[in-house]
Design a protein. Structure first.
Ligand SMILES: C[S@@+](CC[C@H](N)C(=O)[O-])C[C@H]1O[C@@H](n2cnc3c(N)ncnc32)[C@H](O)[C@@H]1O
Length: 225
């Protein structure tokens, strides 16, 4: 069972800056996302579940044009404080906001050219993932891209063992693994609503992460999300 939103908030309030210790398997997957998401041509980026602001700092200092704006949101007040401090040098073009349990993203319709979320969908319920994807469709501008990174199923003997053990731990006690479980991100994206432009699995220290870049298909009144 996924953690409820109050349980996730309480967990990540306690975990705080320890989140950065996960870089040993997250960073290689984030490198892959940066290689394929073309942040160099982005002007408005929203990150859902920005955590300590580690990826925000990287985007603002190295990957985005100096004219680009970044908005990060998170449900955990401790994470919001950490991310706000970490991005203080960029405060003219960066804002960190609280996101509620309603999954409404803090952006106008068709206003973002990149929406990123890393290791967050892993801990949402299916209903919340579906709500997030509807919101992603709403806020992405034509030609915009969704970049998602998350834990996934193994592709080698070792990564399959790690992924299965992770799932076992999650089934026994979700909080033991931060409420995160491996899943197939591409399977979550309805092909009538999303065009998957890039998909790869990056394995670091045996932990498999899926990296996906997807573009919203043109909306019609009957397009599902
Ligand atoms: C595993 S951490 C990942 C943090 C960061 N994206 C990273 O890759 O290091 C999950 C983050 O998602 C946030 N989170 C969990 N549920 C959320 C929700 N419903 N809305 C917004 N943020 C959420 C947590 O507070 C935490 O900062």
């Amino acid at each position: 069972m996924p953690l409820t939103v109050p349980e996730a908030r309480a967990y990540y309030d306690r975990f705080g800056s320890k989140q950065d210790s996960q870089g040993f398997y997250e960073d290689p997957a984030l490198d892959a996302l940066v290689r394929v998401a073309d942040f160099a041509h982005a002007e408005m980026v929203l990150e859902f579940g920005c955590g300590t602001g580690k990826f925000a700092e990287r985007l603002l200092s190295r990957e985005l044009p100096e004219s680009a704006r970044y908005v990060g949101c998170d449900v955990s007040p401790v994470m919001i404080d950490l991310a706000t401090q970490r991005t203080a040098a960029f405060k003219d073009r960066c804002s960190i906001r609280h996101s509620g349990s309603d999954l409404v993203l803090p952006a106008e319709d068709r206003s973002c050219d990149r929406l990123v979320t890393t290791y967050v969908l892993d801990l949402l319920s299916e209903a919340d993932i579906s709500r997030f994807l509807q919101e992603a469709h709403r806020i992405l501008a034509p030609g915009g891209r969704l970049g998602v990174v998350g834990l996934t199923h193994g592709v080698t003997w070792l990564s399959t063992c790690v992924s299965r053990l992770w799932r076992l731990a999650y089934d026994m006690k979700p909080a033991a693994v931060g409420g995160c479980r491996p899943q197939s991100l591409t399977a979550l994206l309805d092909s009538r609503a999303w065009n998957v432009a890039h998909r790869e699995v990056v394995v670091a220290w045996g932990v498999p992460s899926e990296v996906v870049v997807a573009e919203p298909r043109e909306r019609s009144a009957r397009t599902p999300t």
